[in-house]
Design a protein around this ligand. Structure first.
Ligand SMILES: *Cc1c(COP(=O)(O)O)cnc(C)c1O
Length: 551
């Protein structure tokens, strides 16, 4: 079976295509677009039998090699990259499926080092960076050149993404990582997860007297400072990096193979995905395009519901939220650094599922491109011509969105999207109720779920009314210990006197963090961050403040 070699191009135009390596190292295309594959590859005709007993890394190899040509990464190298990436997961199945009802299942994606689903992608992305930089640098050495390629990753976090990025990049040669967060404003467990990492290339930077928006705007300023950026070759652990989407396709297949035989034979499987920046669920859409049998993907949002409103109305518009409601904003976009439509001044609602608190969904653009392509008025059948027509349409939408903060995509697009997606919005109150409900689950419980997973479960329950006979897989994106405040609010001591968070939910591994030294660099403002990066990159010694703290 011969397929054309896979390349990548920008959603926003230009006929140029990139190799997998360049698409990964570039992250965001210079014209502001996102990289997507030139075609959807074909699965081997016997994949359902051939892949059914593979381990997660083996399955990952089969799927990833459809998108990564051997001319870019050899078979052996790719196997090694994948094996190393998933060796850090605690569960033998990597992403195990747990039954929670007769026809209901939860896919636990949080058995990686930081107990949240972003590990699946960031462990892999970190290994890819290591591999590409090592290969480039050994070539430079062979050629007798003095210079070496290095990457300085700078990101801001309000807690969750920062630790996954740090665990993805710790100890990687030629990579230094600085994670900024507001001093004293992230949860102790999240600070401990980041600041107890001992590797030399990791810098946790607590910005004094700041909030999350300030940290994010410092990162943006550094990225847009051309001189600083090129001097240090700033890198983003972008939530829009293609490699992250790619790595996530695998667990949809893994879930499929873990389902009971009768579920697979029914051909009636649905997925529900707690959604923020649309990365996780987009991977599911690619799985569907590849041919994984599933009927719909349910977009489960919290009260930041721009996506839910789009799937219902065809209008993609950020809500006007009064400035006073402005809460701690989104961190899913922030390890981005580079901006892709998120405006620092815009308002995001602060909810119990903070990793989904978004204004605009950066990865949504990738779906929009394919929707534009699939609904062309007069497709020519010529791949290049149709591609450029779709890019043109997308560009029009993105321009309008940027100008007016909203765009009406119309009935045709809405219907096309509805073939693959359903959507549900889940309020904070419903999120807490869902956590209580699963704690009280009888036959398959008790099961303590995190607030993001609870949003997905509530969406599943509502969607069941539309399709009562389906089998349901809800993606669980974090361990409940990561979001203790919502869990403790739901399972409060008044209603649940027997519930003890520390004893029943907090894993030993996380308790141990209390004993470890924290290495935090406290700095003041943008200048403090610049000075720290300059010093570190010059090889000067910087000494972190240390201390222990209880979680
Ligand atoms: C990032 C994140 C999400 C949202 O995933 P997207 O790919 O941005 O849609 C959901 N839950 C948790 C716990 C997360 O960290």
């Amino acid at each position: 079976m011969s397929q054309p070699e896979m390349r990548y191009f920008s959603t926003r135009g230009g006929s140029e295509t990139l190799s997998f390596e360049d698409a990964v190292l570039t992250g965001l295309a210079p014209n502001g677009g996102l990289y997507i594959p030139t075609h959807i590859p074909e699965l081997p005709s016997d994949w359902q039998t051939k892949w059914s007993n593979l381990s997660f890394p083996e399955l990952s190899f089969e799927i990833l090699s459809l998108f990564i040509p051997q001319s870019n990464i050899s078979e052996n190298d790719l196997k090694q990259i994948i094996n190393t990436s998933y060796s850090t997961f605690r569960h033998e199945k990597t992403t195990p499926l747990r039954q929670t009802g007769e026809k209901e299942f939860v896919l636990e994606l949080w058995h990686g080092p930081t107990w949240a689903f972003k590990d699946v992608a960031l462990q892999f992305l970190g290994e890819l960076f290591r591999f590409f930089l090592e290969r480039r640098n050994s070539q430079l050495e062979k050629d007798g050149k003095e210079e070496r390629e290095e990457l300085t990753v700078v990101g801001a976090t309000s807690g969750d993404t920062g630790s996954a990025a740090i665990y993805g990049l710790r100890s990687k040669p030629s990579v230094t990582i600085f994670i900024l967060y507001p001093d004293g404003r992230i949860s102790p467990i999240q600070e401990a997860q980041m600041a107890t990492v001992e590797d030399e290339n990791v810098y946790c930077v607590a910005v004094q007297d700041s909030d999350f928006d300030t940290c994010q705007s410092i990162v943006k300023t550094l990225f847009s400072d051309k001189e600083f950026n090129s001097k240090h070759r700033l890198g983003a652990i972008n939530s829009i990096n293609w490699a992250r989407i790619l790595a996530q396709i695998v667990y949809y297949f893994s879930a499929y193979f873990q389902l009971p035989k009768e579920a697979r034979e029914s051909g009636d499987i649905q997925f529900s995905v707690p959604t923020g920046n649309f990365g996780d669920i987009l991977a599911g859409w690619f799985a569907k395009k590849l041919g994984l049998p599933m009927k719909h993907l349910v977009v489960a949002t919290n009260e930041n519901d721009i996506l839910e409103r789009f799937f219902r109305t065809g209008k993609y518009e950020s809500e006007e939220v009064p400035q006073t409601q402005k809460g701690q904003s989104n961190e899913t976009a922030l390890v981005n650094g580079s901006s892709d439509g998120q405006q620092a001044s815009s308002a995001v609602k602060s909810t119990h599922s903070p990793a989904m608190d978004i204004l605009l969904s950066s990865n949504f653009e990738r779906l929009l491109y394919f929707l534009a392509l699939d609904t062309l008025d007069s497709p020519s059948g010529n791949q290049e011509q149709d591609r450029s027509k779709a890019q043109e349409k997308l560009n029009g939408w993105m321009t309008e969105l940027k100008k007016n903060g909203k765009v009406d995509l119309g009935e045709k697009i809405k219907q096309a999207a509805g073939n693959d997606f359903w959507s549900e919005r889940v309020s904070d109150q419903q999120t807490l109720e869902e956590i209580r409900k699963y704690y009280k689950l009888e036959k398959y419980g008790p099961y303590v779920v995190d607030p993001h997973t609870a949003v997905g479960l509530a969406a599943t329950e509502r969607s069941q009314k539309r399709s009562p006979n389906s089998y349901w897989v809800t993606l669980s994106t974090a361990h409940p210990a990561k979001f203790s405040s919502a869990v403790e609010l739901a399972l409060n001591s008044k209603q649940f006197p027997e519930f003890n968070f520390r004893d029943t939910v907090l894993p030993e591994e996380l308790k141990k963090l209390e004993q470890l030294e924290k290495r935090v660099h406290k700095v003041k403002g943008e200048q403090g961050v610049r000075d720290l990066i300059e010093k570190v990159k010059k090889g000067e010694k910087v000494v972190p403040g240390e201390g222990k703290g209880s979680i």
